[in-house]
Design a protein around this ligand. Structure first.
Ligand code: C2O
Length: 577
């Protein structure tokens, strides 16, 4: 069955992709999964584009010369086929963030984890089915820092005839939060890593690519939604930013959260939300205020100490029909940059819409510290290369192991049993226990030095897994948006301070089912999932600077029994390193 439908797709898609660009193809294939209900084809060309922003013209990397990139539209259980052709000199891959990639790990996209990058001039076709998934996702480059401009929304509607579990909005809008750099981001990452120090702040925050009126030369570079008084709008919020978590608010308007990371939540009404990079959220907004022009703004949430960040908020307009076009907009009230309570309030409000099936018994329990490190300077030119805290070089780690990407993909090495590229000894607990949040003084090198490694943790198919993430205070405590590929997970608990099993309170009734968890600053979070999707799955901080510094690890989920529990063969066009 699988082999037959694959042959069919290959023959069919060649014809389709040849004959159309930027066109969505809807084809009633009447296949059951893994074939999917309908198949939708997209053609993604990685291309550079000259843009002028902030009085500065530069080339950015895009898909199809669009910024933000094209929206992938689909319905639950559809099959998606995207042919990606790289017409730039940079290495590229695309990750389908939040798509669980059931039995399709080869198409997940993180470079050197599930595939080698698509090199200049090369093509790779991603194929996957949105098995039992709907809502707001996004796609982004998953190599170097290209995600800064290579991103776009994925909108998956329920199947025909299945309503939303809330009143139908009058309209829907995609609102993507981003960060924009005037410098070449691929070079920037290289330079930051070479310096050993921190990353410079973005030159601007953006909303759908627009910085808005608070920035230089941006008076006309503003995103705007025209609204009809009295109507309700669904905003699909996506944080595609690189290194910053952000608050979002609309002046004088309430936001009702109805979905987080593409899973429905109990409606929760708030004045503002916070999204870390990698998080998506659907909110309802009713235009129930006097006719006018209202600011829709994003601003920084920075929970770390002594880190420079962009402090100018990006503003878009939520503009009523009938408002005087040139009138001043009402400012949105954003929390201050260090308002941890505002973040906690939103998190407390996130509950799955319906009671869920949380694993009650656990087969594998992991305790994973997340945090920063300072490594001893090993350079002969310390002024240039050791600009980190105490003249060391910055690093980041899980359980004090700083993740080093291999030179071929881990999935390929694992599948083809090619030795020497990774080890299977990622520790299930820190090598040393101490007062994580308050300990590890910065001047004690023994406590801050990380160990480098490409370590993985192997999980048996079907095992029920619990992971406790514990933030550390090494260098600084900080809220880390930890993302797991291949799965959504239940957030059964979280809190401040060091995790204490005696006092921790778990919600096993209606916890949110998400894919990126903001581990509270100086705190912990507990997640649970069933390891029922075989493959090699990256788990990492979605702040790219932390990822570059090594804040990640890999979970390998073994095959189960039978065809529907086994990862198929790699596709023939899988890129080579
Ligand atoms: Cu959205 Cu590993 O990424």
């Amino acid at each position: 069955m699988v082999a037959r439908s694959t042959t069919f797709y290959y023959g069919f898609r060649r014809y389709i992709l040849f004959s159309c660009k930027y066109v969505v193809f809807l084809q009633a294939m009447a296949h059951e999964w893994p074939g999917g209900r309908s198949t939708r084809f997209y053609d993604f060309k990685v291309q550079t584009l000259r843009v002028t922003k902030l009085c500065n013209t530069k080339e950015i990397v895009t898909i199809n010369k669009m910024f933000p990139g094209p929206v992938v539209y689909a319905q639950e259980d559809d099959r998606i086929i995207v042919k990606v052709t790289n017409e730039t000199p940079y290495n590229a891959t695309i990750h389908w963030h939040g798509v669980r990639q059931k039995l399709s790990c080869w198409f997940d996209g993180p470079s050197y984890i599930t595939q080698c990058p698509i090199q200049a001039g090369q093509t790779f076709t991603y194929e996957f089915t949105l098995v039992k998934q709907k809502g707001t996702f996004f796609w982004h480059a998953h190599v170097s820092w290209l995600r800064a401009t290579v991103y776009g929304a994925i909108v998956v509607y329920p199947q025909t005839g299945v309503p939303y579990p809330f009143k139908y909005p009058y309209q829907e809008h995609i609102v993507i939060l981003g960060e924009y750099w005037l410098r070449d981001v691929v070079q920037l990452e290289r330079q930051v890593l070479a310096s050993g120090g921190a990353a410079p702040p973005a030159d601007a925050f953006t909303i759908n690519g627009h910085p808005g009126p608070n920035y230089n030369c941006s008076r006309n570079d503003i995103y705007k939604i025209d609204v009809v008084p009295g109507k309700t709008y669904l905003l699909r919020l996506i944080n595609a930013g690189l290194n910053m978590e952000n608050f979002f608010a609309i002046a004088n308007h309430k936001l009702t959260i109805v979905e987080a990371d593409a899973e429905y939540t109990k409606p929760f009404t708030t004045d503002r939300v916070m999204l870390g990079p990698g998080q998506t959220m659907n909110v309802l907004v009713t235009a129930n205020q006097p006719i006018g022009k209202y600011s829709m703004a994003i601003g920084p949430y920075m929970s770390a100490q002594n880190v420079a960040f962009q402090n100018i908020s990006a503003v878009a307009y939520f503009q009523y029909l009938g408002a005087v076009p040139n009138s001043i907009s009402l400012p949105a009230k954003l929390p201050s940059f260090n308002d941890n309570l505002a973040v906690q309030t939103v998190m407390d409000g996130l509950r799955s819409l319906n009671p869920v099936n949380v694993p009650k018994e656990i087969d594998t329990s992991l305790f994973v510290t997340v945090g920063l490190n300072v490594n001893k300077c090993r350079s002969k030119t310390p002024q240039q290369n050791c600009q980190g805290t105490n003249n060391g070089t910055m690093a980041a780690s899980m359980n004090n192991i700083s993740f080093v990407k291999p030179t071929i993909s881990i999935l390929e090495a694992y599948y083809k049993k090619i030795g020497g590229h990774f080890t299977e000894d990622f520790p299930g607990a820190p090598l040393r226990f101490y007062d994580f949040v308050n300990g590890a003084p910065n001047n004690a090198p023994n406590n801050t030095q990380a160990i480098n490694g490409t370590r993985t943790k192997v999980l048996e198919f079907g095992s029920r897994v619990q992971l406790i993430f514990q933030d550390t205070g090494t260098v600084t405590t900080e809220n880390h948006p930890i993302h797991l590929h291949g799965y959504s997970f239940y957030v059964v608990g979280y809190g401040t301070g060091n995790f204490n099993p005696q006092t921790a309170n778990f919600n096993l009734v209606d916890p949110p089912y998400i894919n990126t968890i903001g581990v509270p600053v100086g705190g912990w979070a507990a997640i649970r999932f069933v390891a029922d999707n075989p493959g090699v799955w990256f788990m990492h901080c979605h702040l790219d600077i932390h990822q570059s510094w090594g804040l990640g690890a890999v979970l390998i989920v073994e095959n189960g029994k039978g065809e529907m529990e086994t990862l198929p063969h790699p596709p023939a066009d899988l890129p080579r390193c």
